[in-house]
Design a protein around this ligand. Structure first.
Ligand SMILES: Nc1ncnc2c1ncn2[C@@H]1O[C@H](COP(=O)(O)OP(=O)(O)OP(=O)(O)O)[C@@H](O)[C@H]1O
Ligand SMILES: [Mg+2]
Length: 418
């Protein structure tokens, strides 16, 4: 586990950072909240996406629960999918250290009674005290926010003077190891509510200052492990799943922790609508059902395993989270972890807790048929990802070169006019 009481910064925090020092006792803040019995008053929007608004309690950024409330009352099926996937993914989560990704615990799906459906003007905010949920909602454990000490530092390092007043609160940071962000954010769009991001450069800058942030190579490794679990354990293509840095509190100690969230955009094999993005690409519990003739499902149903896996590469190369060949060391760690985790999942299949032969004796034919194909398909995924990423990089370099040439041309033109 990647440790660090937030107090152990290598740099002496300045006055404002000191005043942000968290009281590292999430239980105290919960007690305070219960004593006042005004849960609703402290409920605020802590995050928002296209699909939902997420409410959490002001007084407990490091614990308690959040309420993910659909913006559209008809999206209840999508919420149901998300809750199932949170449950499924948790089965594959490895909890070794802060660079392995954890996933928040799903508690309950809440929806209004049939005769109290929301209409235009209904306030979507849950009334937690009276247990009234006007819009479909899921209750999840809160991903503990980052220590407050990080917030002023992030702003000082990465937000320009002019944009300081518009920085949203920083609870979590998106881990975008696959993109190159400008070192300084100079503007935020109107109403910006997303999590802020760190890429390689910003993360390594933070690493110089905060002791015990998970080493970036471990995060790359954790991403590979997680992605393989989503692809082959749960059987989803993982489009738009968010990877963030948050924290974790154990016995009043603060630890940095990587988390995965946002699993709602899932189109099950039950004929969901086409605009849903993240697809279930394999049958439910793919590795348990190797007796099936076909493992691919949903929008991938007509693909074989190898071509389906190659399609996954197109999904993943378009995501900003996962490392790419621009940082070869990270990329290698990511790919190695991915393939290793496929092996772990397959070995898990071959060695169920009920005895090594139980699964095989039931599904020996299926396993003999599918295991080599799964390895082949996972290898095809990596190969296709390599070539897509390399091509992406080449196009980006070409564009940068063209832009540079255009700038120089413009300078010459201006110089000629003077
Ligand atoms: N369990 C949680 N703990 C803490 N914060 C959370 C939790 N779930 C969601 N959030 C916050 O709320 C934001 C929006 O959540 P989420 O991504 O699930 O919503 P969404 O509407 O499905 O988003 P999108 O349109 O991007 O898919 C997250 O980026 C995160 O900041
Ligand atoms: Mg979503």
């Amino acid at each position: 586990m990647s440790t660090v009481p937030s107090s152990s910064l290598t740099e002496e925090p300045n006055q404002s950072e000191k005043s942000y020092s968290p009281a590292l006792n999430p239980e105290d803040s919960e007690e305070e909240l219960n004593a006042s019995e005004q849960l609703n008053d402290s409920l605020e929007v802590i995050g928002e996406g296209s699909f939902s608004r997420v409410y959490g309690h002001t007084h407990s950024p490091w614990g308690g629960q959040v309420y993910k409330v659909c913006k559209n009352p008809d999206d209840v099926r999508r919420l149901l999918h998300e809750s199932k996937l949170y449950d499924e993914l948790r089965m594959f989560i490895i909890d070794r250290n802060g660079a392995d990704f954890l996933c928040p615990f799903f508690r309950v799906l809440l929806k209004p009674p049939i005769d109290q459906q929301p209409h235009e003007g209904t306030d979507p905010k849950p009334d937690v005290d009276n247990h009234i949920f006007p819009y479909p909602t899921i209750q999840l454990d809160r991903i503990p926010a980052l220590t407050f000490a990080l917030e002023p530092l992030y702003k000082r390092l990465f937000v320009s003077e002019g944009a300081q007043s518009r920085v949203p609160r920083i609870h979590l940071l998106r881990l975008c190891l696959g993109c190159d962000l400008p070192m300084q954010i100079t503007d935020f769009p109107q109403g910006f509510t997303s999590d802020l991001s760190v890429d390689y450069s910003r993360y390594t800058k933070l690493e110089e200052i905060f002791v015990g942030l998970p080493p970036i190579g471990h995060i790359a490794h954790g991403m590979g492990t997680l992605l393989a679990s989503m692809h082959w354990g749960v059987g989803i293509d993982a489009l738009n799943v968010k990877l963030v840095l948050g924290s974790r509190i154990i016995q009043n100690q603060f630890f940095w922790q990587c988390w995965v969230l946002n699993l709602d955009q899932v189109n099950g094999s039950d004929g969901g609508t086409a605009d849903l993005q993240c697809e279930r690409w394999l049958v439910y519990r793919p590795l348990e059902y190797l007796r099936f003739d076909k493992l691919t499902d949903g929008a991938y149903r007509d693909e074989d395993l190898v071509s389906g896996a190659m399609r996954l590469a197109h999904v993943i190369s378009g995501q900003d989270y996962y490392p790419n060949p621009h940082y070869p060391e990270l990329y290698e760690q990511f790919k190695t972890a991915y393939m290793a985790q496929v092996g772990v999942l397959i070995n898990g299949v071959n060695n169920t807790s009920a005895g090594p032969d139980l699964f095989l004796s039931e599904n020996r034919a299926g396993a003999t048929k599918w295991v080599p194909k799964i390895y082949e398909a996972a290898g095809a995924f990596i190969k296709e990802l390599d070539s897509l990423n390399t091509e992406k990089r080449r196009r980006r370099d070409e564009r940068a070169q063209e832009e540079r040439a255009a700038r120089v041309g413009e300078q010459w033109r201006r110089a000629g006019q003077e």
